[in-house]
Ligand binder design. Structure first.
Ligand code: AMP
Ligand code: MG
Length: 309
């Protein structure tokens, strides 16, 4: 895999001029812009066709920069130490003196922040004088991209540069934890709630907090735009059949997410497989039952939303 270190200068040049650049992360690829600039961040919403009411996650490469924008607390320190950089997003209190654009927060006094784990993106961040606001690099409600090629398919030549950082290692969005008051999980994702609970020494549940607008919580999302049946044992001949494990007898319409039911592998291959099925122009998808444990909860969450239309 060729990492795109040579293009970092070009990315910095474009970002400094308030353009958007797609960046690789371990969760999914992001559509990034200067988080301090109104002009740059409004381009993200326009390109994605994302409603302005949905706030963006801001990406940092170090704590010192984060402290310019957010109030950090003990729970944050514990989780940061254990999981960062990694697939976890924290909602923190925004500092009054922060320069974060209002477009990013939708005028809220809180900010969602993350420390991505990808050498190319970490390198890029270390050269910038501002953090990067970056939602997933897909059109609103569509499948998230997990490779440079996926981003090209989403946006064509509408974005000037897509940095290549290989396939996203996790392949699912980050877990979002609200740490402003009592910790709450707002979105299931790359890190299992149980692991977070263990670090905080208190049992966290996934709460759908209606007072905070989180599109990761909206019912229809992550969609390949094709009807999906879930928890299926057998499929119809005209359906793409998504299996959790490779089978001995393997038909043309079979797609497996893992060789041997490894949930990490299932997560990594989910969007990639759904995208492939879409390209093959299947009209229907059937998905085998996925165990609702650990990462399986986040995978089932995405599939449930993808199946709503
Ligand atoms: P995406 O970047 O598309 O994966 O989505 C980013 C997620 O972070 C969305 O679900 C946002 O609503 C959520 N988010 C961003 N800022 C905040 C915030 N201040 N409070 C709660 N959720 C947030
Ligand atoms: Mg998204």
């Amino acid at each position: 895999m060729k990492k795109d270190l040579s293009n970092i200068k070009k990315a910095k040049y474009l970002l400094d001029k308030n353009h958007c650049v797609a960046i690789p992360t371990e969760t999914v690829y992001g559509l990034a812009a200067n988080a301090y600039s109104n002009q740059a961040t409004s381009k993200i919403y326009k390109l994605k066709k994302r409603p302005k009411s949905n706030p963006l996650i801001v990406h940092y490469s170090n704590l010192k920069d984060l402290e310019k924008d957010c109030v950090i607390n003990d729970n944050f320190q514990k989780l940061y130490k254990k999981f960062c950089p990694g697939p976890i997003t924290f909602v923190l209190k925004l500092k009054r003196e922060s320069k974060i654009s209002r477009n990013v927060t939708n005028g809220k006094k809180t900010l969602a922040v993350r420390f991505p784990k990808n050498a190319v993106t970490i390198n890029l961040l270390s050269h910038l004088k501002y953090p990067l606001a970056a939602p997933s690099a897909n059109i609103y409600t569509q499948l998230s991209p997990v490779s440079k090629k996926d981003v090209e398919e989403e946006f064509g030549n509408k974005i000037k540069l897509i940095l290549n950082g290989g396939n996203s290692r996790i392949g699912l969005e980050s877990t979002i934890v609200n740490l402003v008051n009592k910790p709450q999980v707002l979105r299931l994702g790359g890190i299992d709630i149980k692991k977070i609970s263990k670090v905080l020494k208190k049992k966290l549940n996934y709460t759908k907090n209606r007072s905070i607008k989180v599109p990761g919580q909206s019912k229809f999302h992550y969609s390949p735009g094709i009807p999906i049946r879930l928890n299926v044992k057998t499929c119809f001949h005209d359906e793409a059949f998504v299996l959790i494990q490779k089978r001995k007898k393997f038909d043309r319409n079979h797609f497996y997410l893992s060789k041997n039911k490894n949930l990490k592998e299932v997560g990594k291959n989910l969007y990639k497989t759904l995208r492939k099925i879409k390209k093959l122009k299947f009209k229907k998808i059937a998905v085998e039952e996925i165990p609702n444990i650990g990462l399986g909860q986040a995978i089932n969450d995405r599939l449930k939303r993808a199946s709503k239309s």
